[in-house]
Design a protein around this ligand. Structure first.
Ligand SMILES: C[S@@+](CC[C@H](N)C(=O)[O-])C[C@H]1O[C@@H](n2cnc3c(N)ncnc32)[C@H](O)[C@@H]1O
Length: 231
């Protein structure tokens, strides 16, 4: 690993909260865990735009933004989170300073739900999304809403990722009084029966991760659907 990346990871892991949240990070060997996959996809896909829905302390938007900033063309991360857990995302200046303190300047935070974001001008202007990371409210219905709201904006060769997608379990992150059952898996199970998608689970972290790629079944060359792109 290069010295620059090693220092970036050391700085990241100075924040104890960026070691949590089910991405299999291990600080003792400067290991981003699943973060390597997010970083690698950022460098391989080289998206003009990435969208991240939901993050407690910004691990995913930070790692994807770092990858996009390390690309010569520097893509942008649209990060949508209303801050339903605590006040961490409430002050726009502090949020900007926080991202800058981690050396990234290409994240735009929208402090709102994805339901509210899809009604904005920024949503209407968004296109060419090469990475979509869904990690907001973990019900089956919300996972479906988030996927269906953005899948039409995916570029060809794009990937959608669902976090906490392999296990159905109770979650109290919004307080014991707002406990609910995480059911993203049920939506992902439905995607698995769609012949127009490739879907792969990564059994790491607390509740797993799933990677989804749309196949263009009408491509002139079905062996190379990814070259012609999706309609
Ligand atoms: C608990 S975090 C997910 C934890 C995660 N694994 C991580 O890496 O941070 C879920 C986040 O989704 C956000 N959220 C909840 N409902 C949302 C919605 N409808 N749209 C966007 N974000 C939402 C919450 O504010 C919270 O910060």
């Amino acid at each position: 690993m290069g010295h620059e990346m090693e220092s970036w990871i050391s700085r990241l892991f100075e924040e104890p909260d960026l070691l949590r949240m089910g991405h299999s990070q291990t600080p003792e060997d400067s290991n981003l865990g699943l973060g390597w996959l997010y970083y690698a996809l950022g460098r391989i896909v080289r998206p003009r735009n990435a969208v991240v829905i939901g993050s407690l302390r910004g691990f995913v938007p930070l790692v994807i933004a770092k990858a996009l900033q390390d690309n010569a063309e520097c893509g942008q991360v649209t990060f949508i989170d209303p801050g339903m857990v605590d006040s961490f995302w409430s002050d726009p200046d502090e949020v900007l300073r926080y991202f800058e303190s981690h050396g990234v300047r290409n994240i735009r935070h929208f402090r709102m739900t994805s339901q509210d974001f899809v009604a904005t001008h920024d949503y209407r202007e968004l296109s060419d999304v090469g990475l979509l990371f869904i990690d907001g409210y973990h019900t089956e219905e919300q996972a479906q809403f988030d996927y269906e709201s953005f899948e039409g904006l995916l570029s060809h060769r794009a990937f959608a990722l669902f976090h906490d997608s392999m296990v159905v379990r109770p979650d109290k992150v919004y307080g014991a009084e707002n406990a609910y059952e995480m059911r993203v898996k049920y939506f992902v199970d439905r995607l698995k029966s769609d012949p127009g998608l490739q879907v792969m689970d990564f059994p790491f972290g607390v509740s797993g991760l799933t990677l989804v790629r749309k196949i263009d079944r009408n491509a002139p060359d079905p062996m190379r659907d990814w070259i012609e792109g999706l309609p």
